[in-house]
Design a protein around this ligand. Structure first.
Ligand code: PHE
Length: 451
C-alpha cells in the first residue's frame, strides 16, 4: 500500500503546494493589521526572529515526520512511536484541528469569494465611507443565504481539487494559483505605492518604534508566525508524506518560509500606502479588508478593476490554504479507513460544511448563541488557533527532539540533503529540542491568559 502512494511530480510542485498552504488570509488580512497596530518595522523584525528561531525548525520537523513515514498524522506518530497511544493522540489532535480550522476558515474564504462577485456587480461603487462599507458587510454577512451560499460554493471548489488528487489536483492548482497570486499582489503593490500620498504608508511600515514592543507583542508575532506557516496540525506533515526521499527537506523548507514571509510583507506594502494615500486611519484592526479597502478603491483611478483584483487575490490565497486543510483529513481517512480518495473528499467536505454552519450562522441569526461568552465562530477560532495549534507545535517539537530523538531524526533529514553541514544539523537540533518548545509554550500560556 505504501508503494502505491502518490508523490509530487516535482520539488517545485511540493514547494508551491506547501507555500500555498502557508500563504493565506493570515498573510494578507492579519499580518498587515498586526504590523499596523504593533509598531511597524519593529514588529516585522520581531516576526522575522520568530520565523527563524521557531518557524523554520518546526517546518522542517513536520515535513520530516511525514516524509519518513509516508503516512497521515496519526499513522506517522503510530509508526515512529511504535503505537504509543499518547503520541497517536497528538496526531489525532492535528486531524481534529484541521476539521475545526477548515470549518470556520471556509466561512471567511466564502465571504472573499462573495466580495469578488459583489465587486463585479459594482455593489461598492456608491459606498463613500468605512461606516457604510461596514453596514454593507453586516447586511451581506447577516443574510443566511448569502453567507451559506458562498460557504458551500467555496467548499465545493476545495473538494474538486482534493478529488483530483495530489499531482492532478493540488500540485496542478498550486502551479497555476501561486504565480497568479504573486502577479495579483504585485499589481496591487505597484498601484498602491504609485498613488499620491502613499509615501506616508511606506514610512509607517518602515519606521521602527521599539517603544510599543512589549511581551505581548512578542507573543503576537510568534503566534502569527505559527498560524501563517500552517504549523502545529499536520498540514506540512501530510504534504511531506507525498514527498520523495531524493529531495532536500531543509532546502524546500527554506523556500516555503521565504515565500510565506515575502508575501506577508508585500501584503503590507499593498495595503498601507493605499490606506494612507486616501487619508484613512491605519490601525483599524480586523475590519481593514472588508470595511476600509472597498472604500479605498473608490478613490483610486480604475478602482473598480483593482477591487476585483484584490478580492480575487484573497480568494486564491484562501483556496490554497483550504485545500491543505481538507487534504489533512482526507489523507487520514484514506490511509486509516482505506476509503477511496474521491469518496473521502466529498464526504469530508460535506461534514466540514455542516460543522461550519454554527460558525457561519454566528453572523446571521446565531449572534446570541454563546459558548464561554464567545460566538460559535470566535469559540472555534480560539480553541483551534490559540490552543490546539500551539499545543500540537509543542508536542511535535518534543517528539522530534526527544522521543524520536534529534539524532535519529537527523539521519533521515540527511536523505536528499547532501549539502547539509554538521553545523546546520546541530543548529536545527538545538532549536527543535530547546528553543522551539519553550517559546511555543510561552505563546500558549499567553494566549490562554496566564502570561
Ligand atoms: N497558513 C494559513 C494562513 O496564513 C492558515 C492555515 C493554518 C492553513 C493551518 C492550514 C493550516 O492563512
Amino acid at each position: 500500500m505504501i508503494n502505491q502512494r502518490e508523490q509530487w511530480g516535482s520539488k517545485r510542485g511540493f514547494v508551491l503546494a506547501a507555500a500555498g498552504s502557508a500563504v493565506g488570509l493570515g498573510n494578507i488580512w492579519k499580518f498587515p493589521y498586526l504590523v499596523g497596530e504593533n509598531g511597524g518595522a519593529a514588529f516585522i523584525l520581531l516576526y522575522l526572529v520568530c520565523v527563524i528561531l521557531v518557524g523554520l525548525p518546526v517546518v522542517i520537523a513536520e515535513i520530516l515526520i511525514g516524509r519518513t513515514t509516508q503516512r497521515n498524522p496519526v499513522g506517522s506518530f503510530r509508526e515512529l512511536s511504535q503505537g504509543n497511544p499518547f503520541w497517536m493522540a497528538v496526531g489525532g489532535l492535528g486531524v481534529l484541528t484541521g476539521f475545526l480550522i477548515l470549518s470556520y476558515y471556509n466561512v471567511i474564504a466564502g465571504w472573499c469569494l462573495g466580495y469578488v462577485v459583489e465587486s463585479f456587480k459594482g455593489s461598492f461603487q456608491q459606498i463613500e465611507n468605512p461606516a457604510l462599507a461596514g453596514e454593507l458587510f453586516s447586511s451581506l454577512s447577516s443574510k443566511p443565504h448569502w453567507t451559506l451560499l458562498f460557504h458551500g460554493l467555496f467548499m465545493m471548489i476545495t473538494i474538486t481539487v482534493i478529488y483530483a488528487g495530489i499531482t492532478k489536483g493540488i500540485e496542478r492548482a498550486s502551479k497555476i494559483m501561486m504565480p497568479a497570486l504573486l502577479v495579483l499582489i504585485l499589481i496591487l503593490v505597484i498601484r498602491g505605492v504609485t498613488l499620491k500620498g502613499s509615501a506616508a504608508g511606506v514610512g509607517y511600515l518602515l519606521k521602527v518604534d521599539f517603544s510599543v514592543i512589549t511581551g505581548k507583542t512578542f507573543f503576537l508575532a510568534l503566534g502569527q508566525a505559527f498560524f501563517s506557516l500552517s504549523l502545529g496540525m499536520g498540514a506540512l506533515l501530510t504534504y511531506g508524506s507525498y514527498m520523495s526521499k531524493k529531495e532536500s527537506i531543509p532546502g524546500s523548507a527554506l523556500q516555503i518560509v521565504i515565500l510565506d514571509t515575502v508575501i506577508a510583507l508585500l501584503a503590507g506594502f499593498m495595503i498601507f500606502p493605499a490606506v494612507f494615500a486616501m487619508g484613512m486611519h491605519p490601525a483599524q484592526g480586523p475590519s481593514l479588508i472588508f470595511n476600509i479597502l472597498p472604500v479605498v478603491f473608490n478613490s483610486i483611478p480604475a478602482g473598480y478593476f483593482f477591487r476585483i483584483v484584490f478580492f480575487l487575490l484573497l480568494t486564491v490565497a484562501a483556496l490554497t490554504s483550504t485545500i491543505s486543510l481538507l487534504e489533512v483529513i482526507t489523507t487520514f481517512v484514506v490511509d486509516e479507513f482505506r476509503l477511496p480518495r474521491k469518496m473521502a473528499a466529498i464526504f469530508l467536505g460535506i461534514v466540514v460544511f455542516v460543522i461550519g454552519l454554527p460558525s457561519a450562522l454566528s453572523f446571521c441569526g446565531w449572534q446570541n448563541v454563546r459558548l464561554f461568552g464567545l460566538t460559535c465562530f470566535d469559540f472555534v477560532d480560539f480553541i483551534s488557533a490559540n490552543i490546539f495549534l500551539p499545543l500540537g507545535g509543542i508536542f511535535i517539537a518534543l517528539f522530534v527532539g526527544w522521543f524520536w530523538g534529534a539524532e535519529k531524526a537527523s539521519s533521515h533529514l540527511l536523505e536528499g540533503a547532501v549539502n547539509l553541514t554538521p553545523f546546520l544539523v546541530s543548529a536545527w537540533s538545538i532549536l527543535i529540542r530547546f528553543i522551539a518548545p519553550v517559546l511555543i509554550l510561552l505563546i500558549f500560556l499567553s494566549s490562554i491568559g496566564i502570561l
